[in-house]
Design a protein around this ligand. Structure first.
Ligand SMILES: Cc1cc2nc3c(=O)[nH]c(=O)nc-3n(C[C@H](O)[C@H](O)[C@H](O)COP(=O)(O)O)c2cc1C
Length: 170
């Protein structure tokens, strides 16, 4: 199989793989908040608490994320579709589209997420055209009133009700 063909199949399978959606935030040296939409997020370790995500080398805030030493992961709530789009767009001032504040760790925390992990960077790994960032979790918040967002084939929204119904029936 040709390389291009393999890449197409890779994209097709990954594009069909359902995930949640997160927004990653950090700041630049002057304290300006930076962020982007990410679905490469995954859990790594329970002891100690660790997670990972990967950043494309073309992302404008690559240096701040890979060298800044800390970042926050917002696991988006089902109704945060507009925010998900804004943080994946070329809009410069993404943070004017949301309510946010700096945490004690000086990380920008966006309101309304299902869950937030604040992390210090444990390791960065160069991997092809991306860098994998592994974070050790230092702080966690959850909003039990919210439900997470689901992403599949470029569509995002709340987890469909039938998922909760099958929970009740099992
Ligand atoms: C659902 C979704 C998931 C994404 N996941 C990632 C990801 O895991 N890593 C990444 O670098 N970009 C990811 N992106 C793309 C970035 O959000 C997008 O390119 C963003 O505009 C990059 O920031 P920049 O404009 O500051 O360069 C994703 C976009 C969407 C819509």
């Amino acid at each position: 199989m040709q390389k291009v063909e393999k890449q197409e199949l890779f994209k097709q399978i990954m594009g069909n793989y359902p995930t949640g959606v997160t927004i990653l935030t950090t700041t630049d040296e002057g304290g300006t908040p930076l962020g982007l939409t990410v679905n490469s997020f995954a859990s790594v370790s329970l002891e100690p608490l660790m997670l990972l995500w990967s950043i494309d080398h073309r992302v404008s805030s690559l240096k701040e994320f890979t060298e800044g030493g800390k970042f926050a992961v917002h696991v988006l709530a089902g109704e945060q579709q507009e925010l998900c789009k804004t943080f994946a767009s070329k809009v410069e001032d993404r943070f004017s589209a949301c309510e946010w504040k700096l945490s004690d760790n000086k990380l920008p925390i966006i309101e309304g997420a299902f869950g937030v992990f604040e992390c210090k960077t444990f390791k960065t790994i160069e991997a092809g055209d991306h860098t994998v960032l592994i974070g050790e979790v230092t702080d966690i918040q959850i909003d039990p009133e919210k439900e997470p967002m689901l992403y599949h084939r470029r569509v995002f929204g709340p987890v469909p009700q039938e998922f909760y119904l099958s929970e009740v029936n099992s």
